[in-house]
Write a protein that binds this ligand. Structure first.
Ligand code: RI2
Length: 318
């Protein structure tokens, strides 16, 4: 029940943000597994793999979700007894959650150093780690003012504007389409990421790539803040990151849409920013150029081609 309820809350975006959904999934696996009354290891593994699938099927784009689930499940799979697996579940879930919180703190520190003195910053959507970075930079006196976009259709920009305002940062709230108009006033753009490919492309909230393009044209540095678990190992096997397309009802009410039978409302939740529009990706392992994404996947996500290939092929047979 806890599991299904958590899955529902992630799907409906009651719980949202790539890092938060990853931590929530680890927590849900832990609580679900702790409540299970299995009599042997095989049964426990089977139940946990099912729970993992329920959680990863909720939202397809943020790779933090399958990475968190994999972090926990791989330790269950490596256990030799039921007792060991149950202990490994609790330990690995708690470990993931602690690492995630720590990563946000470390990135905020590294990222704040990359923001020049007296900067006007712009951010898009609501990224826990981008906001933490902006606030850290503000505390160091490096930020003068911020711009937060509205983020249609779910308006996550309100959450960002609130957080920046609570921190005392003078903040301008703008509609998404005003980003280029104000770009001349901006010193640095900071966003989060839902996924980073092996080639260094960043998948983030719809509209990010337009802002990156405007920043590139105006020669404004574009920083991405992303924990290492936002990097996507499967892209090394040629996999593409699926872009979630959400309900048209988020964009236009059924009543209005009903009057336009020839109109199809499209609602992609994410887009892809190519690596050449990104100056730096700040991770807890360091601030890297996008071209080094491959190294992060190899060094920090325990990349093992044969193992991933096996899992990938199994996934695709189902
Ligand atoms: P943090 C969000 O997606 C946004 O795209 C945001 O930039 C990204 O997750 C990263 O979030 P959504 O869940 O982990 O609002 O940095 O669709 O909080």
């Amino acid at each position: 029940m806890v599991l299904e309820e958590t899955a529902r809350r992630i799907r409906t975006m009651e719980i949202r943000g790539a890092g938060r959904i990853a931590r929530t999934a680890a927590e849900a696996l832990r609580d679900h597994g702790t409540a299970l009354q299995c009599t042997n290891l095989d049964e426990f593994r089977q139940e946990m793999h099912h729970a993992a699938t329920v959680l990863t099927n909720t939202r397809p784009t943020a790779v933090s979700l399958p990475n968190a689930v994999r972090f926990v499940i791989s330790r269950i799979d490596a256990s030799d007894s039921l007792d060991e697996a149950q202990a490994a579940l609790v330990e690995s879930a708690n470990d993931f959650i602690a690492r995630s919180h720590r990563a946000v703190e470390v990135i905020a520190e590294f990222g704040s150093r990359a923001i020049p003195e007296d900067s006007v910053i712009m951010t898009h959507c609501n990224s826990e780690v981008a906001v933490a970075t902006a606030i850290k930079a503000w505390e160091k006196g490096r930020v003068r003012e911020a711009f937060a976009t509205e983020v249609r259709p779910r308006n996550q920009g309100y959450i960002t504007a609130q957080a920046l305002s609570d921190a005392g940062i003078p903040t301008n709230f703008i509609v998404d389409s005003a980003a280029r108009y104000f770009m001349r006033d901006i010193d640095v753009v900071i966003t989060g990421a839902d996924a980073v490919t092996a080639g260094g492309a960043v998948v983030n909230k719809i509209g990010t790539s337009q802002i990156a393009l405007a920043a590139h044209e105006a020669r404004v540095p574009f920083l991405v803040t992303a924990e290492t678990y936002k990097f996507a190992p499967a892209t090394l096997l040629g996999e593409r990151i699926p872009i979630e397309e959400r309900s048209p009802g988020e964009v236009m009410s059924d009543e209005i849409a009903g009057r336009m039978p020839n109109v199809r409302v499209r609602n992609p939740a994410f887009d892809v920013t190519p690596p050449n529009y990104i100056d730096m990706i700040v991770t807890e392992a360091g601030a890297i150029p996008p071209g080094m994404a491959y190294v992060i996947i190899r060094e920090y996500l325990g990349w093992n081609r044969d193992e991933w290939q096996k899992d990938f092929l199994i996934d695709h047979q189902e």
